[in-house]
Design a protein around this ligand. Sequence first.
Ligand code: CAA
Ligand code: NAI
Length: 726
Amino acid sequence: MSDVVPNAEPNAEPNPEPNPEPNPVSTEILDGIALVAIANPPVNALSHAVRAGIDAAFADIDSDDSIRAVVIYGCDRTFIAGADIREFGKPPQAPVLPDVINRIEACEKPVVAALHGTALGGGLEVAMGAHYRIALPTARFGLPEVTLGILPGAGGTQRLPRLTGVGVALDLITSGRQVDAEEGLRIGLIDRIASQAGPDDTADLGAAARAAGLAFARELIDTKAAVRRTRDIAPADVASDVFAEYRAKMARKSRGQLAPQNCISAVEGAVNLPFAEGLANERILFQELMNSDQRAALIHAFFAERQVAKVPEIKAASARALTRIGVIGGGTMGAGIAVSALLSGLDVTLIERDAEAVSRAEASVAGILQGSVKRGKLSQDRYEAILSGAFRASSDYAALSDADIVIEAVFESMDVKKDVFTRLDAICKPGAVLATNTSYLDVNQIAAMTSRPEDVIGLHFFSPAHVMRLLEVVVADKTTAEVTATGFALAKRLKKIAVRAGVCDGFIGNRILSHYRKAVDGAVLAGASPFAVDRALVDFGLAMGPFAVSDLAGLDIGWATRKRLAPTRDPRETYAKFADRLCEAGHFGRKTGTGFYIHDAEGPRPNEEVLDHVARDRIEKGISPREISDQEIVDRYMAAMVNEAARVVEEGIALRPLDVDVTLLNGYGYPRWRGGPMHYADTVGLARILADIERFASEDAFLWQPAPLLKRLVAEGKTFADLNAA
Ligand code: CAA
Ligand code: NAI
């Protein structure tokens, strides 16, 4: 007999509202087993309605003597993927998740969590509150809270160490990494993997999880299995210095971040305190994080990275099919782009200038793929299959005649690019997308070399292209929506985050970078050393300081760009010459062994010669150096970045402030826990950023001209977030 009832709210008052919150939780009773189903698309997040529904379901189950076991499962694509992140930062509404999970755990009948899809965060905590766990072979589990600036605050830090031991729990909770079903079984997180073969894409995974849970529950009834509560497991003893060592390790690895440290303290509580006190301790540490700016920043980053794909012009457009990719140029970028496409299962033809360059490109592609094999990311079989099937290199452009998309990554020279696009126009099939990976050049001019500018687009990858997640999709004047949609679809296929950008020198990221580089050069001219600038910005949270980054990229690249722009440079600009002089002396950074830093076996250290070039520059400009504090370095850097970003938004080069944040977070090493420059500006206040710009303008009025958008927002008392929401 089967009987499905939506669960009533516990102690529900008659609801005067015409549209009461619909209940996403229903219970079906089958042969004395209560099957509690969660249906809250898209990811069954634990919204208030879900929490209330589960609570009410267990209230009914507790009072129904005919029920002998319980199965809890998720409908459609996944078990519960966590708390409803949209509720973060709002006042909590009862029943709160820890109470709901305590209630599940307290149930007097065996409770089975049947898992599929991704059981994440609060979802995995629900599963750990159940008495038994079974999972489909394709299920994955994780506690990603730390990546959102919080900790698993519904008992996760107390129950996981009891199930898996402290070492594994510390690893999973502080990294947020996911484990698959096999690893989950090995570490004691789940009891068994369902015997169903891995379902194909069309299978109803929710139904498969339900069936697995039902069979497990029947077996528990047959064997008269007892209720088995995680809270009753005694945590294993650990060496006394484990936590101190972990704290030191995370302080190095997650510099500046609060959440990993609080995660460790919460797990320590699981070992040193009785369960109830451990839970209370976890709650305090959780609330501290919930109230932090870091949590707000990380949640902003999470939603911004999803919002960025919402581009009005491509809403109604369908992407063109992409199977065969052409890449022109097999240097740093071309080889990386080819590898990225190959690892995503695409077919790649790479074109180089001559036989020798073809061999070099083949060797680089094979070398990068070999690195993936060494790191266990690619099997040897797949490696061989790629090199003997999906990949080929040639010096004959005719090999691109059937490519669906061609991505050009030749030298950064307009003449060379124009020549390449003229040839592509003659060879490529109609409908092929013609893309350029240029860093700065005018995509409209490149498109004008073809008879089909509507098919031309910029696809700006970042180095190393097979690693970096950002892809700027640069939409030129004549690019069609279909081609833009194809750029976004390619990014998704390559597991990258696409950001729409308009045409200007440097698009979103490099244009902003060029501007803040001038501001840090200004800080050096005013008195700071390049090494002090790098240190202050690394302390602020950047992965690397700007001068160290230049050394890595090659100082000759920026030098070439500056030379290209020299004829159009405004005479009012203060032009710092110390970087050019380093290049003139043959220091190109890491590639020559010396640049701002000396790169040798001892590891990078300051190149003191730099200070001579800086001193000469100051003398020529009549500047007496003064003390520049670390705070001033950060203020200059951020004010310049935000100011130029405001112009980029106002001119429509970036659709919204959040597009700038996603660009800087994923392409430029900006600290994620600060949310991106625009979110940072909102956090410190736009009025303060404007005041900083006005303060620095007294030294260099040309560089520090406030962006009109920034002035307007300050005058109207608005934030960048207001523009995101508009
Ligand atoms: N809360 C609210 N909305 C969520 C959400 C969540 N936990 N997880 C995903 N969504 C939304 C996304 O914003 C997106 O919405 P739009 O379609 O409107 O943009 C939609 O669900 C689909 O998400 P994705 O595009 O990311 O889909 P995917 O298939 O690529 O990935 C996923 C699915 C793996 C579940 C991924 O969305 C994800 O990692 N989600 C976050 C999971 C997470 O961090 N959970 C822990 C939450 S914290 C917590 O649980 C703390 C606690 O207990 C107190
Ligand atoms: P690179 O110098 O490493 O490689 C360029 C390759 O193009 C060389 O191997 C060269 O032989 C080949 N080439 C030149 N002319 C060619 C032609 N007509 N036909 C076929 N192949 C040709 O340069 P890199 O760094 O890979 O840059 C390539 C492009 O990517 C440039 O436009 C650059 O601005 C852009 N870019 C570079 C980034 C970086 O960090 N290096 C980041 C993002 C974009």
